[in-house]
Write a protein that binds this ligand. Structure first.
Ligand code: GLA
Length: 405
């Protein structure tokens, strides 16, 4: 069955390029359930892919040009696939992400066998902490791989090992082409998602697990504060370097072999050296290290089906973001406070980088509509802004397929 989004992408393709697409690919977005800013610190993450998607409809063409049309931005971009490193375009723009994927795939698999035309449609709220960017990256990559452009016509069997390789390629694209020093969380989540499951990832050794969320699985309710930011804005990289300051301190003490990541420092270490560390960096480090603990305990709770206990950890994570990592905002705090008394609430926190955008809440599935209504009312009372609320569910990872003629 084709979805509404697939139909929009296909008809946008037909309108822009004058024929029907031959391949369709799609990728979910993601929420981070626990493990905030732990990924680039070699830490632990618990996430879920959710059913807000990006869809790419396209076809391979002769030559070496990429030509993409974004339905959401009503913009086109056309570029030479051989000179991507010299023509990156505007930082943070959708087309920089598109070109970055083509660049990173070619860097790792060699020059594409031809060009492509693609139309992109999506229903992931943009700049809201749900990683619309990783969703865009993964859907485009799946299109390029399924269409046989990358890897000299190789047929891709995207098992977990190939998905992990692809996640790393897409991370490289974001780090080196887009210029955001993000970790692996987003790309991993949108590629490894599974319906009714959460995903745990150890970012130090890349061990992962898919953990059942139960049946019926709770709803994952995303509340959009209607405030937005862009990852490239600078705060993200600033936090990254504050964490690195603490790593550098312990590395000096113990040597690079012992301390590669913040993860290699224990909470006890941090406490014993507290007075010798700078005021902001030590708070950032405390957030990251207590988050790792919450992920560890959260995974155990999920394995035992203890969702209420899991939800309480999410709320503790939000408090730690608010107080120690300082990546929350008055709007995000008001949104979490509005959720606390709403029916079915199990726990909630800000989602992704923070500072603006969305909160993610775990909600008993039968109460999801009532929850949404109560939060809408309470947040509007407090802030005079009506939040946008998305009732989502854990969903499968990115995939692509050939369309019959
Ligand atoms: C953003 C980044 C992720 C991760 C989160 C915070 O979403 O893209 O890699 O660092 O922030 O946990």
């Amino acid at each position: 069955m084709t979805s509404l989004l697939e139909r929009s992408a296909s008809s946008a393709f037909a309108q822009s390029f004058g024929q029907a697409p031959s391949f369709l690919a799609s990728a979910p977005s993601r929420v981070e359930l626990l493990g905030n800013h732990t990924d680039y610190n070699g830490g632990l993450v618990l996430a879920a892919a959710i059913d807000r998607l990006t869809v790419v409809a396209g076809r391979p063409v002769e030559g070496q040009e990429g030509h993409a049309w974004s339905l959401n931005f009503a913009q086109a971009d056309r570029f030479d696939l051989a000179t991507l490193a010299d023509n990156m375009g505007e930082p943070g723009s959708w087309s920089r992400y598109v070109k970055g994927v083509a660049w990173a795939l070619q860097e790792s698999l060699g020059r594409f066998s031809g060009g492509f035309e693609a139309a992109i449609a999506g229903d992931v709220p943009l700049g809201a902490g749900l990683s619309s960017s990783a969703s865009l990256q993964a859907s485009l990559a799946l299109f390029l791989l399924t269409a046989g452009l990358a890897g000299e016509g190789k047929t891709w069997n995207l098992d977990d090992a190939a998905r992990m390789d692809l996640a790393k390629v897409l991370k490289r694209s974001e780090n080196e082409y887009v210029g955001v020093q993000s970790g692996l969380l987003d790309q991993f989540s949108v590629l490894f998602g599974r319906a009714k499951h959460a995903l745990s990832l150890d970012c130090r050794n890349l061990a992962f697990e898919r953990l059942p969320l139960g049946d019926p699985a709770p709803a994952i309710v995303v509340c959009d504060s209607k405030t937005s930011r862009r990852l490239a804005d600078g705060m993200y990289n600033e936090r990254h370097s504050e964490c690195e300051q603490v790593v550098a301190y312990f590395r000096n003490l113990r040597g690079a072999g012992e301390v590669r990541w913040l993860r290699d420092v224990s909470l006890d270490d941090l406490e014993s050296h507290w007075d010798r560390l700078d005021a902001k960096p030590r708070l950032r480090a405390r957030h990251v290290l207590t988050e790792n603990e919450r992920v560890r305990r959260g995974a155990e709770f999920l394995k035992r089906g203890e969702l209420a206990a899991f939800g309480r950890l999410m709320s503790a994570s939000h408090a730690s973001s608010r107080d120690d990592f300082e990546n929350s905002s008055p709007a995000l705090n008001a949104l979490i406070e509005s959720a606390e008394s709403a029916p079915g609430f199990l726990g909630g926190k800000l989602s992704g980088a923070g500072w603006a955008g969305c909160t993610v809440n775990l909600v008993a599935s039968a109460e999801a509509d009532n929850f949404a209504e109560a939060v809408r009312r309470e947040y509007a009372n407090r802030t005079e802004t009506v939040p946008e609320i998305h009732i989502c569910h854990a969903s499968d990872g990115a995939s692509g397929h050939h369309l019959e003629a």
